[in-house]
Design a protein around this ligand. Structure first.
Ligand code: GDP
Ligand code: IMO
Ligand code: MG
Length: 430
């Protein structure tokens, strides 16, 4: 039995979906512990391509897939995801379970997310507009609606009667919007969802702990990345949940001692969608080349991703924050043509100070200090064995591993399942 956490080490989109799908072959249960349909996890298998937003990527291999209590669920988006899976002949009925205490994204959450972003103008966060922030805000304010609140129409109506007047007041007087939310409409819509989802609802913590007690292999699928974490990310340009490995305990109801391995998914360069600091961002031809070669466009919103060099300071901090036991390095093939590859090993501040750790509060104007590495300048796509990888690529991997302080267990040289090389199986399933 092994419990493995998959966590993003940068600003999301590191290739978590691909790696979760790859590792699911040996897993019995896969669970999401935070986030919602702000995530976009791409999996390519056979000649198919699928983008999962909330359903764990384990569903594609017919393994038990659990949406944990720490997530926020938009029922309409989840039904849409069911439809997309149906088109791939994948049925969710037998293998999907949803926590009855997961919070729901309500119509007003989506509206407030979009209106608040608009009101921020140039200071916007660049959210996905899916209502994630407002749903977590209500959860923490103890004003959230959970799946379990949909069991009784009277109970749901009473909860909404306590909440909606405040929301409508905000709409009218703060946002000066003519839109008002109707309790009747929401009650009708969400009771309908309850009928569609009730057979999936469960005590997900009990289910997951039973799997652990029965010596099953359990995989926890992180969404977003370490630097989008609400506590440890580049606040306020973050998402509203704890994306890091520690989020598993609260978000799935699993004790910390049950976790055996934490695999950090690391893109061989860096990307970010939305606003916020990004010291190694490249606004030049190389940045455009990375975007083109890596098809760096958001899986959820289609927005172009900002691209830049690998930042070892950032990932070393991710190793520390998550307790990462090994790394899976993805998208190495995207660097195939480059003559020279840079790695940031520190920053110089505006007043000439050298920093080798990311400051807790990001300072404007930090310039990365780079070291340069020779590129391998050959195609890596069809390489299936570690020893056959070009020498310069192995040196690049070794240097990353040394700088960030974690061994490499997996290497990915393409989006498909078979474009994955296991370097050290002992670092994955014990
Ligand atoms: P996630 O959010 O971490 O699951 O990542 P996304 O799916 O949003 O973005 C990763 C993108 O890179 C997807 O389009 C994947 O199909 C693709 N991808 C994953 N690993 C590799 C790789 O090693 N090489 C290439 N070229 N693409 C990859
Ligand atoms: P995966 O799981 C990349 C970013 C948004 C925005 C910020 C807040 O695919 O890696 P939110 O809608 O969560 O309130 O937006 O977080 N963001 C992501 N960026 N990958 C993701 O998920 C993301 N989920 C949210 O772009 O900057
Ligand atoms: Mg993504």
């Amino acid at each position: 039995m092994t419990c493995v956490v998959i966590v993003g080490t940068q600003w999301g989109d590191e290739g978590k979906g691909k790696l979760v799908d790859f590792l699911t072959e040996d897993a019995d249960l896969v669970a999401r512990y935070q986030g919602g349909n702000n995530a976009g996890h791409t999996v390519k298998f056979e000649d198919k391509s699928c983008i999962l937003h909330l359903i764990p990527s384990g569903i594609l291999r017919n393994k038990m897939s659990v949406i944990g209590n720490g997530t926020v669920v938009d029922p309409s988006a989840l039904l849409q995801e069911f439809e997309e899976l149906k088109e791939l002949d994948i049925s969710v009925e037998e293998n999907l379970k949803i926590s009855e205490t997961a919070h729901l994204i309500m119509p007003y959450h989506r509206v407030f997310d979009q209106l608040r972003e608009k009101a921020k103008g140039d200071n916007k966060i660049g959210t996905t507009g899916r209502g994630i922030g407002p749903a977590y805000t209500d959860k923490v304010a103890r004003s959230g609606i959970r799946f379990t609140d949909l069991r009784s129409a009277d109970h749901l109506r009473a909860r909404l009667e306590a909440l909606i007047p405040e929301k409508n007041c905000l709409m009218k007087y703060f946002f000066q919007s003519p839109v008002q939310f109707s309790i009747d409409q929401i009650v009708e819509e969400y009771l309908g969802y309850y009928e569609q989802f009730k057979s999936y609802l469960c005590d997900s913590s009990l289910l997951i702990n039973q799997a652990i007690d029965n010596n099953q292999n359990v995989l926890f699928e992180g969404a977003q990345g370490t630097f989008l974490d609400v506590d440890h990310g580049t606040y306020p340009f973050v998402t509203s949940s704890n994306t890091m490995a520690g989020g598993v305990c609260a978000g799935c109801g699993v004790g910390p001692v049950k976790i055996d391995k934490i695999i950090g998914i690391v893109k061989a360069y860096t990307t970010r969608v939305g606003s916020g600091p990004f010291p190694t961002e490249l606004l030049d031809e190389t940045g455009r080349l990375l975007r083109k070669e890596g098809s760096e466009f958001g899986a959820t919103t289609g927005r172009p991703r900002r691209c830049g060099w690998f930042d070892a300071v950032l990932v070393r901090q991710a190793v520390r924050l998550n307790g990462i036991t090994s790394l899976a390095i993805t998208k190495l093939d995207v660097l195939d043509q480059l003559e020279t590859i840079k790695i940031a090993v520190g920053y110089r501040t505006r007043n000439g100070q050298t920093l080798t750790e990311l400051p807790p509060v990001y300072e404007k104007g930090m310039v990365p200090i780079y070291e340069e590495h020779p590129g391998w300048q050959c195609s890596t796509k069809d390489i299936t064995e570690y020893d056959k990888l070009p020498e310069a690529l192995i040196s690049y991997l070794n240097r990353i591993s040394e700088l960030v302080g974690a061994p490499v267990s997996l290497v990915s040289v393409g989006p498909k399942r078979e474009e994955t090389i296991v370097c050290d199986p002992k670092q994955i399933w014990a």
